[in-house]
Design a protein around this ligand. Sequence first.
Ligand SMILES: [Zn+2]
Length: 276
Amino acid sequence: MPELPEVEIARRLIAGQALHRRIADVDDSDSYVVRPHAPGELRNALTGRSLAAAHRRGKTIWLDTSGTGGTAAPGGPELGIHLGMSGRIVVTGPDGSVAEGGDPPYRYPARPGRAEWSRFTLTFADGGSLVLRDPRRLGRVRLNPDIGALGPDAAQVTPAEFRALITKGTIAVKARLLDQSKIAGIGNLLADEILWQARVSPLARVNALSSAQVNRLYRALKSVLESASAKGGAHTGAIIAARHPGGTCPRDGAPMAHGMVGGRSTWWCSREQALR
Ligand SMILES: [Zn+2]
């Protein structure tokens, strides 16, 4: 699933290759992906404009659009893109060159061009395109997305914000890390990696975390995001290879424990992350 590092790769791709190209046509015929809009609504709103800037908070991308009458005209609506569980952004240049970013390609390597995976397409006047390719069809495209419902971006959150957002209430810390309204951008793999790096049980109640544990979680958040961004995604984490029955902790060799926490499949070191 695309988490913050993968979504940032997709955002950079759009910022680098899809801006300032006039939108000649829009295929928004997938009524599920464009809900609550009706097919045709995004096409009417976007045709004749161009993408002007690419932003991201957490796992949500939103794109400024230009006016239809040149640079002096007022801008158009924001175009929100969420990659869901398996979305990739594919940008084709005027010369036919193809660049991709988003969900790691290893899960769906076969038949990368399957037409039915193209859920939303901007066709540019120069002949190229921007496509949301999404095998599982859980991505979303919508106008003027509600960014305000998201907490601060995980890559930007300050230590003081982190402490305040993490420690309120009695929920399990893993569930809190996944709550996009508190801190935006952490998905299942990153959450397990952060908890393992910090040696904190995913089941620990947030109000029971010590000050030292909160500090370790914050430092782990930053280092895990830096590493995943440098290596190309959350699937590059140190405990990924241990996420299976019989897996052992890469640090001390203890058996990995498994359970559902926050509704998600969770792996942790049975020794170093034991609930005290
Ligand atoms: Zn361990």
